[in-house]
Design a protein around this ligand. Sequence first.
Ligand code: BGO
Length: 267
Amino acid sequence: MSVKIALAGNPNCGKTTLFNGLTGSNQFVGNWPGVTVEKKEGKLKGHKDVVIMDLPGIYSLSPYTLEEVVARNYLIGERPDVILNIVDGTNLERNLYLSTQLMELGIPVVMAVNMMDVVAKSGAKIHIRELGKKLGCLVTEISALKGDGVMEAAEKALELAQGKGNVKAVHEFSPETEGVLTAIEDKLGSEIPQEQRRFFAVKLLERDEKIAAQMKHVPDVKAEIEALEKEMDDDAESIITNERYVYISSIIEACYTRGQKEKVTVS
Ligand code: BGO
């Protein structure tokens, strides 16, 4: 039986470089059904039965761009065996926004922190083990450009896929938000598999109509959402986004030390 590894990451994180490194010339390029978004898949070098699916570069699993919708429909519909989440180590904070969402899909995740050659030159330090603990996934360092750690990252993903266990997100939102997410999960129909219930609950809380449209039974959760919005004095989508950023800030504080040679960006 073949194993499917989905490559997911932000635009410019080095995904194409990694995909080429993992698959060599063994690639098939087409379009995702019904849209003009490029679809690339290939076989992992040395593994005839391992398919690498290159998802479009995205910043989030929200419904606002075609690329995001294509990527998330694949992840929830096809349910690959494992996600290899490639993140740009020189832009860790921004890249983790997508990672926190990938962790909620109920699919095992291996994170490959890329551009480690640039990170090392800047003098910055990413505390990989602590990062893995905070995120609840395996984290490895790579340089896709130099080929460092690339096959090892894929092999770790493969191992995780083969030893498939239950995956549960470690991140908890605020107690108020968690309360509503649990209430929504309890109202979901049995058509939603156990491991995907959290993702669907978060999306319904965000009033994601594209996700609701895919469900046979959409629970009525209007009262729960409105009560949370009243209590937190914010709209539900912003509550989720803000709480993700609080979590990401705590990760950066614990896992990242700035380098002396890093450029200071003024925004
Ligand atoms: C250009 N280290 C370094 N230093 N660079 C890397 C690494 C790495 O580990 N991985 C990727 N890059 P994509 P997406 C470029 O193209 O794979 C570089 O969008 C240039 N091009 O070489 O395309 C990679 O698929 C001119 O850089 O990313 C590429 O995710 C000058 O990161 C860029 C400098 O990689 C994006 C860089 C004409």
